[in-house]
Design a protein around this ligand. Structure first.
Ligand code: GLA
Length: 419
């Protein structure tokens, strides 16, 4: 009887249904793979080396970056990972153990992990499901168990596992990812597993099932707003948004759609993010990326030079009110309520009964903010908190608002305090 009533409730209420589906997936995952769903129960936060250093990644500058993350307040705000991307590898030793490049990492990776752990931070590393990585370095195919053991012995907390130089079919991808996930699990160390095959094989359908906690949904982000019609490649913020926003039903605690690195504060820096038309964005556009990635529960990996950030970049990356939306315990990726050529509106239910709403103006000119809560299915009265202005707005003030070109306005609708 109770079960029947419960199932009826779940059936009638969309959010209950969503929570129920996510719970079932987690249970299946745990049953099949013994994978702890407490791993990555919230979207990961940190700093990733690829956009800034590319292959020139090295221990000295990573330590500087970590120190700057602490001093700037980023670690306190939740950015606790340093993710070493491609280029750290120095091949294998006589026993086939993977080693770090001795010039870039003279003290070795374990020393760096120890340095970070002492500061309450974590370390991510990178490999690939083939013989060579995307940048042509030693990778893990056929050495999965050995490499997983090495990573665990070094104290690694996260592995980004790329898919360059590997066969295109989905079955091989699933098998190779599962093999590494199992090898990681066998080490007994909690190592979050990030699947990076760029969305080509629709990993949202299978990545959690083979042991991943997050999966990239698109090709690499470039430091630009959107791909221009004449450009052959190079995805911008808007292009990634269009794909990632539609995948909301697949996300939840321990299973995230990874929309790739934040380009906030890169300002057209040369290097990977500058390829493919990455000419840089305006601060308004960077602020939009941060808002949208937060709404979509994407991991928040900064990739700019933390050592030399201007005040605007800092105020974007350190907006605690926006970070709270990304890190909300319910872990529901925002639902796209409207998406036309003018604007996109997202709604994200939060664990305490509040909602987050984001409105993006896609046009090249300002438009009035026409936000009708009843069209979002919200009937109650809410206190309206502007998460970028850091103030509470009356309904009249809200109606007078304009949204600048490419700006995202973000609000928290606080249920408990009706106007
Ligand atoms: C791929 C990934 C990037 C980065 C590079 C490193 O392109 O998608 O995020 O890791 O490889 O070579």
């Amino acid at each position: 009887m109770h079960i029947v009533i419960g199932l009826n409730l779940i059936n009638k209420n969309r959010y209950m249904r969503r929570v129920f589906i996510i719970l079932c997936c987690c249970l299946i995952n745990m049953a099949c793979f013994g994978q702890s769903t407490s791993m990555a129960s919230k979207p990961l936060m940190g700093w990733m080396s690829w956009n800034f250093f590319a292959e020139k990644v090295n221990e000295q500058e990573l330590k500087e970056m970590a120190t700057a993350m602490i001093q700037s307040g980023m670690v306190e705000a939740g950015y606790n990972y340093i993710f070493i991307d491609d280029g750290w590898q120095g091949g294998r030793d006589s026993k086939n153990n993977m080693i770090a490049d001795p010039v870039k990492f003279p003290s070795g990776i374990k020393a760096l992990a120890d340095f970070l752990h002492e500061k309450g931070m974590k370390l991510g590393i990178y490999s690939d499901a083939a013989q060579l990585t995307c940048a042509g370095y030693t990778a893990s195919l056929n050495f999965e168990e050995q490499d997983a053991k090495t990573f665990a012995a070094w104290g690694i907390d996260y592995l980004k596992y790329d898919y360059c130089n590997a066969p295109a079919d989905s079955n091989t991808a699933k098998l190779r990812y599962q093999k590494m996930a199992e090898a990681l699990k066998k080490t007994g160390r909690s190592i979050v597993f990030g699947i990076c095959e760029w969305g080509e094989r629709k990993p949202w359908n299978w990545a959690a099932g083979v042991g991943g906690q997050l999966w990239r949904t698109t090709h690499d982000i470039r430091d630009k707003w959107a791909k221009k019609p004449h450009e052959k490649w190079g995805l911008g913020i808007l292009d990634i948004l269009e794909t990632n926003a539609k995948l909301n039903e697949f996300a939840g605690p321990g299973r995230w759609n990874d929309a790739d690195m934040l380009v906030v504060g890169l300002y057209g820096k040369k290097g990977p993010s500058g390829d493919g038309g990455g000419i840089g964005c305006t601060d308004i556009e960077y602020q939009s990326q941060f808002s949208l990635w937060a709404m979509m529960c994407s991991p928040l990996y900064a990739s700019n030079d933390i050592r030399h950030m201007n005040e605007t970049t800092k105020s974007i990356l350190l907006n605690k009110e926006v970070i709270n939306i990304n890190q909300d315990a319910l872990g529901i990726q925002a639902i796209q309520k409207l998406n036309d050529s003018t604007q996109t509106v997202f709604l994200k239910p939060l664990s305490n009964g509040d909602y987050a709403v984001a409105v993006l103006n896609k046009l090249d000119r300002s438009i009035p903010l026409l936000l009708d809560f009843s069209k979002l299915g919200l009937k109650e009265n809410f206190q309206i908190r502007d998460l970028w202005e850091h103030k509470t707005l009356t309904k009249q003030e809200l109606k007078k608002q304009m949204i600048l070109s490419h700006q995202t306005k973000m609000f928290r609708l606080i249920k408990s305090n009706p106007l």
